[in-house]
Design a protein around this ligand. Structure first.
Ligand SMILES: [Zn+2]
Length: 338
């Protein structure tokens, strides 16, 4: 069952519920959260109230769901709102999602406007429960600028594993506040998760180092991979803009095809959360210029991951799979690629 039932829906309820001496602090937290949210999508929310039994968490993307499950172990039950193939930019919360956000003991989301349609809901959730933007832990100067939205940052932070591991500590901290007796477990699990992420990162580096200089171009359906490009030294071009809400025009298709034919790039990639047809148009336009490029059958995991309970439904598995897919398509045959 969801919901602690101590905070009535639609009202702050602090005066009657939580210990009175904290009420002032909590109220400041609420106001600060809402205020800072308005100018940057960041913010604190209400303070944690200790939970008896399992902590009920609601998370948005699969990356976050996987992380929180890894850290929380048996102490936490995570409701992940977005499954495989789901596009977070356009995702509209259902009624039951809204309830899951409002009733959770804690909410974890990516932020930086990744979940573009859910901003108001996070404000609402923050009035009820601790609501944590996990990317807030990444220093501002490590964030890449959005290519499309003036003054905003690129939200696809998970593709830089060294930045993604920074999102672990805030989750450990929040879960520990909710269940102080389990702090040691959360800390251990958090460190273990970081290790697994960095191991997958090393694997990806190894695979991708096989791609020769001239082929180090990654063309995908939309601009999810800029952090990936920075981390693994690839030039990255997306057909659509940063958000999938932007439609690719015919001019974009032609320009990209010209570039690929010119540079003789052997492959371009689709993403699991984006339709394939946009890139097939690029492939056809390149063919018109006499350049055959392939679109590997295997899609890249962009804004979503693989099926739950499979290797690729975990962050480290997703990273390895993407590295394999890219290396297999961009490393010339006979180059020792397994
Ligand atoms: Zn995206």
């Amino acid at each position: 069952m969801r919901g602690r039932g101590t905070v009535p829906n639609g009202s702050r309820g602090w005066a009657g519920g939580f210990a009175g001496r904290f009420a002032g602090v909590v109220l400041v937290g609420v106001l600060a959260g809402v205020t800072t949210f308005g100018c940057g999508g960041e913010g604190n929310s209400v303070e944690a109230e200790a939970v008896e039994g399992t902590i009920e968490v609601t998370a948005t993307t699969m990356h976050i769901t996987d992380m929180v499950e890894s850290i929380g172990g048996d102490e936490v039950e995570v409701e992940g709102l977005m499954g495989p193939g789901v596009d977070p930019h356009t995702y509209q919360a259902s009624q039951s999602d809204t309830e899951a956000l409002i009733d959770a003991d804690a909410v974890f989301y990516n932020g930086l406007f990744l979940e573009g349609q859910m901003q108001d809901l996070f404000v609402q959730a923050a009035e009820q429960s601790p609501t944590v933007q996990v990317t807030e832990a990444v220093p501002e100067d490590e964030l890449l600028a959005s290519g499309d939205y003036e003054g905003q940052n690129d939200p696809h932070v998970w593709f830089a594993p060294e930045l993604w591991v920074m999102t672990v500590d805030p989750v450990v901290e929040q879960l520990s506040e909710l269940k102080p007796g389990s702090r040691e477990i959360f800390e251990e699990n958090g460190e273990e998760y970081k290790r697994e992420v960095m191991e997958a990162h090393e694997y990806a580096e190894g695979q991708l180092s096989e791609v020769p200089e001239g082929n180090r171009v990654l063309v995908t359906s939309h601009d999810a991979f800029s952090y990936f490009g920075e981390a693994y030294d690839f030039e990255v071009r997306g057909l659509q803009g940063l958000s999938t809400e932007d439609e690719a025009g015919t001019g974009d298709v032609q320009q990209l095809a010209d570039f690929l034919a010119e540079e003789e790039i052997p492959a371009i990639f689709t993403e699991s959360s984006i339709p394939r047809r946009n890139l097939e148009a690029v492939q056809a336009a390149a063919q018109d210029q006499g350049w055959d490029l392939t679109i590997p059958e295997k899609e890249l995991y962009g804004d979503a991951m693989g099926e739950p309970d499979t290797e690729e439904g975990t962050y480290p598995g997703m990273l390895r799979a993407n590295a394999d897919t890219i290396a297999n398509a961009l490393v010339p045959e006979g180059n020792g690629q397994e």
